[in-house]
Design a protein around this ligand. Structure first.
Ligand SMILES: C[S@@+](CC[C@H](N)C(=O)[O-])C[C@H]1O[C@@H](n2cnc3c(N)ncnc32)[C@H](O)[C@@H]1O
Length: 186
């Protein structure tokens, strides 16, 4: 999802029989296609233009997304790489994603505390997904401590009740919060 230059789609294709790589930006789609050809995996990955799952069907064992996580309005298609107005793409992703995962399917998603990470966890809890933090790297940006994380989200084997979802949220370590969607945008 949001394949950009196609690196994630090509690596996933090199380890699987069949993959689908999509992006809302047609220039990224063209670039991802050419990179799949260069890396010898074009026969195993279909690359196409799609706003999230608009042009996607089927269920997947693995969905990779390095989403735009700044919540302000992008000025053009290029800025959609980093900006997602009011987290609309992120919200729609978690509203839809379970319909595209196999029972043991997983989502690997990267995110940063320069985005509204609390809102990400709200969406994940609402979707009833289990969260695992796989990687966390801390650094400094504009004088603020920031963290970049990689998460794995999975469908729990037993249905999650409302109380369990809250427990999942409460069990998370508090993360440094740099900004949230309500904050003024520079
Ligand atoms: C942070 S970039 C990912 C870059 C990619 N990992 C790479 O290495 O090139 C986010 C990507 O998501 C795409 N994107 C943003 N909103 C999208 C949407 N609603 N549906 C599909 N792709 C989207 C952007 O065009 C951009 O290519």
């Amino acid at each position: 999802m949001g394949t950009g230059c196609g690196v994630n789609g090509s690596v996933a294709a090199s380890k699987s029989h069949h993959g689908v790589a999509v992006d809302v930006n047609p220039i990224a789609v063209d670039c991802a296609k050419r990179n799949a050809e260069r890396n010898g995996v074009a026969g195993r990955v279909e690359v196409r233009e799609s706003d999230l799952f608009e042009n996607v069907s089927g269920r997947f064992d693995l969905i990779l997304f390095d989403p735009p996580f700044r919540w302000f309005r992008p000025n053009d298609l290029y800025e959609r790489a980093t900006a997602d107005e009011n987290c609309e793409t992120l919200t729609s992703l978690f509203q839809q994603v379970k319909a595209y995962l196999t029972g043991s399917g997983r989502i690997l998603l990267s995110f940063g505390t320069t985005g509204d990470i609390d809102y990400l966890h709200e969406l994940v809890a609402q979707a009833g997904l289990k969260t695992e933090e796989l990687r966390k790297v801390e650094g400094e940006k504009d004088g603020l401590t920031v963290a970049y994380l990689v998460y794995r989200f999975t469908v729990p084997s037993h249905p999650v009740s409302g109380c369990d979802s809250l427990a999942l949220l409460a069990s998370k370590e508090p993360l440094p919060r740099a900004r949230s969607r309500g904050d003024e945008v520079r």
